[in-house]
Design a protein around this ligand. Structure first.
Ligand code: SAM
Length: 318
């Protein structure tokens, strides 16, 4: 069996994407391929935070539409970029050999880096938290600028696991303001998963930066997935407060221009956004660019004639 046949066999046997199958093949014992691949896949790390807009439920649709991952991306030579990484659902699905993850949320990126470099100290700190409203409010009120990176990461994961719906929302001064979630038994310290994530992040660069910085590093053959704050579907649905910066018309157009530049460079570009006239308009009429529709898990509203699933767009240049 050739290498590519073996990778295809892993991909089909376990119904996994081609990039991850490539990685599994590179790690597996070639004498005992399928059994060892099963062991590696069972140990796959998962996202360590809940993140609004997380792409986990949409990945299957992307895959069924044959748009994900791009067929011609070569994971042995190309780099994967996720410049709005959030919870990293797509990164954790692909687990590419080489990745650059970035986000403008400073505490989130500090958390990724602490997991990468100091996971045991983080685990000890996470074990000390309490699931109690008063304690939650005390942690929430802390001045982050006075905390060490381990304390920042520990507080970040604690708040994410115990706050209402795992939301991340800040006020205009950047202060976290989501209320206590009152969960019976939230898992604050998923230590096995954190160790797996830490191991996986060893080969990854994690940066606190604006998405436009991707233009400095991306080259022909790289794969970039953009999952920006979505353009609002109506005036009341705006949810652009992951950071204190807005992401409206001007920012969406600038992002489109970055996509066009990467397209010209020969990168594989994939972008998610809301299915609104504005987003459809700014991505239409660009040579080789396709706009596909996917059904999001969320309903528009639960009452009356508005019932139904929201659609989103998936923009690709391949
Ligand atoms: C829709 S979320 C990404 C969700 C992610 N794909 C997941 O599966 O969890 C958008 C992310 O963009 C980040 N962000 C907002 N403006 C940014 C900017 N200008 N540059 C980089 N990241 C930004 C936010 O902090 C947030 O994490």
């Amino acid at each position: 069996m050739t290498t590519s046949q073996a990778i295809l066999e892993i991909q089909r046997t376990f119904d996994i994407n081609a990039i991850y199958a490539h990685k599994v093949f590179s790690l597996a014992d070639k004498e005992n391929l399928i059994e060892d691949a099963a062991r590696i896949i069972a140990e796959k790390p998962k996202p360590f935070v809940k993140w609004v807009g997380g792409k986990r439920q949409l990945l299957l649709q992307f895959k069924e539409m044959n748009l994900y991952p791009p067929d011609n991306f070569n994971p042995s030579t190309g780099t994967y970029f996720e410049p709005f990484v959030g919870g990293g659902a797509v990164f954790f699905d692909l687990l590419p050999r080489e990745a650059i993850l970035s986000d403008l949320n400073k505490e989130l990126i500090a958390t990724y880096n602490v997991i990468k470099n100091n996971v045991e100290k983080l685990i000890s700190s996470l074990k000390k938290h309490q699931n109690d409203k008063e304690y939650f409010l005390e942690m929430r009120a802390k001045n982050v600028s006075k905390l060490s990176d381990i304390e920042i990461a520990s507080r970040f994961i604690f708040l994410n696991r115990t706050c209402f719906n795992g939301l991340y929302r800040v006020n205009s001064k950047g202060g976290f303001n989501v209320p206590f979630g009152s969960y019976q038994n939230p898992i604050i310290c998923a230590e096995d998963n954190l160790r797996k994530v830490s191991k996986e992040l060893q080969g990854t660069e994690i940066k606190h930066q604006d998405y436009k910085e991707v233009l400095k590093d991306a080259k022909n053959g790289d794969f970039i997935y953009f999952d920006p704050p979505y353009y609002p579907i109506n005036k009341t649905s705006s949810f652009t407060s992951y950071t204190s910066e807005a992401f409206l018309e001007k920012e969406q157009i600038e992002l489109r221009d970055v996509c066009v530049e990467l397209h010209k460079r020969g990168c594989f570009v994939m972008l998610s956004n809301s299915d609104t006239p504005f987003i459809n308009k700014i991505y239409s009429g660009i040579k080789d660019v396709n706009i596909s529709k996917v059904k999001a898990g969320r309903a528009i509203n639960s009452k009356g004639s508005g019932r139904g699933k929201i659609t989103e767009v998936l923009v690709t240049n391949y």
